[in-house]
Design a protein around this ligand. Structure first.
Ligand SMILES: Cc1ncc(COP(=O)(O)O)c(C=O)c1O
Length: 428
C-alpha cells in the first residue's frame, strides 16, 4: 500500500491531542542521526528519539545481534526457566553499574522498572516486619506513566487528572544551588516520619526541563537517608549509559543507591526493555523461605532474549574506546555551546551535563506555553527534530551525531534566539 499513512487516523499517539496541530510525519527509514521522511526530507534527530538512541538508528551491529538471537530463541517464559542472554546481561550490567548490586529484575520499560523498584522498597520494610509506607521524591520529578510511577512524580499537566487516586508522596523542593540547604532541612524534617524510600532522577531532571543539580547535594541527601535506613532509588532511565558524560549519573557520587532503574538507552534505542538492580541489603530481605515474602511481580516478556541480546551488543559498543571518545567530544562541544548561550543571550537558565544542553526562554513558562508549537515548527522547517518542553529547549543527540549536524543545530538555535530578540545588547 503506497498511502499507508492514511490509516494513521486509527492510531492514538502518545501525549498527543486527537485534534493535532501538526500532522504525524510519515517515516520510512532512519540511519545514524538521520530520520528519513516519506516526502523525501531528512531530519537530524536532536532528541535521540525520546532519549533512547545511543549509537544511531538502524545500527548494523545491533540489527545483526537481534537477527541472530531471533533465529535461536526469540522468547521463553522466565519463571522456572533461564537463558544465556539474560545471565550474560545480568553479569555485564552488575559489573558496569559498579554500585555493588547483587541481583537485577527484568521488565519492559522505564515505568515498569520504577514500579518494580517501588515494590521492592515498600516490600523490603514489610519483609523485615517494620512496615513503612511513605516515599519521598523531588518536586518536578518524572518517573513514568503507570500509577506508582505517576504517584512519585511531581504533579503536573501529565498526571494532575489522577491526583486524587495517587499515593500520598512527600516532595522536597528542586535543589537549585541556592535551595540546597533548604532542601536538606526539609528532608531532615520528613525523616522523622520514617519514610520507606527516597527516589530521584540523579543530577538531571528530564521532563521537568532537563534541569541539573549538583552531585555534592545528592551525596548529602543520600547520606542523610542512609543514616536512617531509608532506601535510595536512582532512576537512571534517562541518565544511564553515558548521557551525563559518565556511564551513570551515580558514578559522580560517593554514596551509591540501593536500587537503580534503567531503560531507554539499555537496548541502544532498539526496543523496549527495563531493568531494576538491587544491592544485598534489599536482596537479603527477600532471600527467605516464606512464600508470602516473594516479590510477586512479573511480565509476560520478562527477560526477553531479543532485548537481552541487543542490550549486550549495545553495551559492547558503548565500551569501545571510539564511543568513549565520541561521548567526550560531544560533551565538550555541548559545554562550549552552553557557555556561548550564557554569554551571548538573555535566558532564564542554561544547563549542561555531559552530552545534554538545555535552556529556558524568558517567555510564558510551562509545558503548555504557547511558544512550544512555534519552536517545534521552526526546527522542523529547518529539518531538525527538537521537542521543546514548553518554553524549554534542549539538545540530547545520539552519540553518533556528526559534528556538522550538531553545529547546524547550534547555529539554528543562535538564529532563533537572535530573531526573537534575546541577544544581549552590547554595553554602550
Ligand atoms: C527519568 C525517567 N524515568 C522513567 C521514565 C518512564 O519511562 P518509559 O517512558 O519507558 O515508561 C521516563 C520517561 O521519559 C524518564 O525520563
Amino acid at each position: 500500500m503506497t498511502n499507508w499513512e492514511h490509516n494513521d487516523n486509527l492510531i492514538w499517539h502518545p501525549y498527543s491531542s486527537l485534534m493535532p496541530v501538526f500532522p504525524n510525519l510519515p517515516v520510512v527509514s532512519a540511519q545514524g542521526a538521520h530520520i528519513h521522511l516519506k516526502d523525501g526530507r531528512t531530519l537530524i534527530d536532536g532528541v535521540s528519539s525520546w532519549w533512547v538512541n545511543l549509537h544511531g538508528h538502524s545500527h548494523p551491529i545491533l540489527a545483526k545481534a537481534l537477527y541472530k538471537q531471533a533465529l535461536e530463541l526469540e522468547h521463553v517464559i522466565f519463571a522456572g526457566f533461564t537463558h544465556q542472554p539474560a545471565t550474560d546481561l545480568a553479569a555485564e550490567l552488575i559489573d558496569y553499574t559498579a554500585c555493588d548490586f547483587t541481583k537485577l529484575f527484568y521488565s519492559d520499560n522505564g515505568s515498569t522498572a520504577i514500579e518494580v523498584a517501588l515494590k521492592m522498597a515498600l516490600q523490603y520494610w514489610m519483609n523485615i516486619d517494620q512496615p513503612r509506607h511513605k516515599i519521598v521524591a523531588l518536586e518536578g520529578a518524572f518517573h513514568g506513566d503507570t500509577f506508582g510511577a505517576m504517584s512519585v512524580s511531581g504533579r503536573s499537566v501529565f498526571n494532575k487528572m489522577f491526583d486524587s487516586l495517587m499515593w500520598e508522596v512527600d516532595f522536597i523542593p528542586f535543589p537549585s544551588e541556592e535551595q540546597e540547604e533548604h532542601c536538606l532541612k526539609q528532608f531532615e524534617i520528613l525523616l522523622a516520619q520514617k519514610p520507606a524510600a527516597l527516589i530521584v532522577e540523579p543530577l538531571l531532571q528530564g521532563t521537568a526541563g532537563m534541569r541539573v543539580y549538583r552531585p555534592a547535594f545528592l551525596d548529602c541527601l543520600f547520606a542523610l537517608a542512609k543514616k536512617e535506613g531509608v532506601i535510595c532509588i536512582a532512576d537512571e532511565v534517562l541518565t544511564g549509559f553515558g548521557r551525563t558524560g559518565k556511564p551513570f549519573a551515580s558514578h559522580y557520587l560517593k554514596e551509591k543507591p540501593d536500587i537503580m532503574c534503567l531503560s531507554k538507552g539499555l537496548t541502544g534505542g532498539t526496543m523496549p526493555f527495563g531493568v531494576t538492580l538491587a544491592n544485598q541489603k534489599i536482596v537479603a530481605a527477600f532471600d527467605v523461605p516464606d512464600l508470602d515474602k516473594i516479590l510477586y511481580h512479573g511480565h509476560s516478556y520478562t527477560a526477553n532474549p531479543l532485548a537481552c541480546a541487543v542490550s549486550l551488543a549495545s553495551l559492547a559498543l558503548l565500551k569501545e574506546s571510539s564511543c568513549v571518545v565520541r561521548i567526550a567530544t560531544l560533551s565538550a562541544f555541548q559545554k562550549a555551546f552552553a557557555q556561548q548561550l550564557k554569554t551571548r543571550f538573555q535566558l532564564e537558565r542554561v544547563d549542561h551535563i555531559g552530552t545534554i544542553v538545555s535552556f529556558e526562554l524568558p517567555v510564558e513558562p510551562g509545558y503548555l506555553s504557547t511558544i512550544r508549537n512555534e519552536l517545534y515548527a521552526f526546527f522542523l522547517a529547518h529539518d531538525v527534530l527538537l521537542r521543546p518542553l514548553g518554553n524549554i529547549l534542549y539538545i540530547l543527540p545520539p552519540y553518533c551525531i556528526e559534528i556538522k549536524d550538531l553545529e547546524r543545530i547550534h547555529e539554528l538555535i543562535f538564529k532563533l534566539l537572535e530573531t526573537k530578540g534575546f541577544s544581549l545588547k552590547p554595553i554602550s
